[in-house]
Design a protein around this ligand. Sequence first.
Ligand code: SF4
Length: 270
Amino acid sequence: MAKITTALSAPDAARTKPAPAAARKPAKRGTRTRLSRPEIELLFTRLHAKNPEPKGELEYVNPFTLLVAVVLSAQATDAGVNKATRRLFEIADTPEKMLALGVEAVTEHIKTIGLFRGKAKNVVELSRLLVEEHGSEVPPDREALEKLPGVGRKTANVVLNIAFGHPTIAVDTHIFRVSNRTGLAPGKDVDAVEQVLERVTPDRFRLHAHHWLILHGRYVCKARKPDCPVCPIADVCRFKEKVQPAGRYSRVPELEAAAMADTLSRLETP
Ligand code: SF4
C-alpha cells in the first residue's frame, strides 16, 4: 500500500463550501522571505540530502483513496486514519463502491476518527459527485477538487501534488511553523505563507518541498521543543529562540557557501 505525508490539521473536513481560489486574501504587503537565495538553496539541499525520496504515513491505493484518506486526515493522526481505512479501502476503493456502501456503513468504519459523522457524509457525497460529474475519476484541477465536499485548499494541494505531480505546497500547521521560525516564508496566515513559499522555493525542490517541510516540522522543528542541536538547517534558521549551545550554528561555513555559489552559477548558466 502506498504512503504519503499530509499531516493536515485544519478543518478541511468541516468545510462543505470552500472559498474559491480566486477569493483568497492576497499576502500582506511586505511579506517576504528573510533568507538569501543561497540560504534557501542550502536549506532545501540539506532537507533533500537527509531524505531524497520523502515518504509519509498516510496509506492509499489509488487517487480516489488518496483523496478520501486526506479528507479523513483533517484533525486526525495518519496512524488513526490508516487504522480505519485499511478495511474500508479493501471493500470500497472506487467512488461507486463507496457510494453503494452508504453513509451509515462508512460512519461505522471511520468512527474512531475525529469528526467522523461529518466526514462520512462528505466522503459519500464526494463519491456521488465523482460518479455523476467526473466519470468516477478524481479531477486533476484545483477548482473542481475544491467544489467537492470536505475538500479545502490544503486537501486539494496534497492530492494535486501526490496523485498528479503538481508542485503544490499545502501549508499545514507544521509548514506554517517551520516557515515562520526559519524565516523562509514568514506570514500571519497559511495563504500568506503559501504565497511566499511559491515565490521562493527553487523549481528543482518544488515537488517534494511540501513533504520535506512537513517532516522537518513533525520530527525536528517540533512545536513545543524543537531539536535545534540536531537540526540540519540550524545555521540558516532565523528563529531567535532556537536552542543554541555555545559554538554551534556559525553562519553557513565558507566551504559550503562556496559550493553553493558554484551550484548557483551552474544553475544560472543556460
Ligand atoms: S534551528 Fe530549531 S527552530 Fe530553527 S528550524 Fe531547526 S529545529 Fe526549527
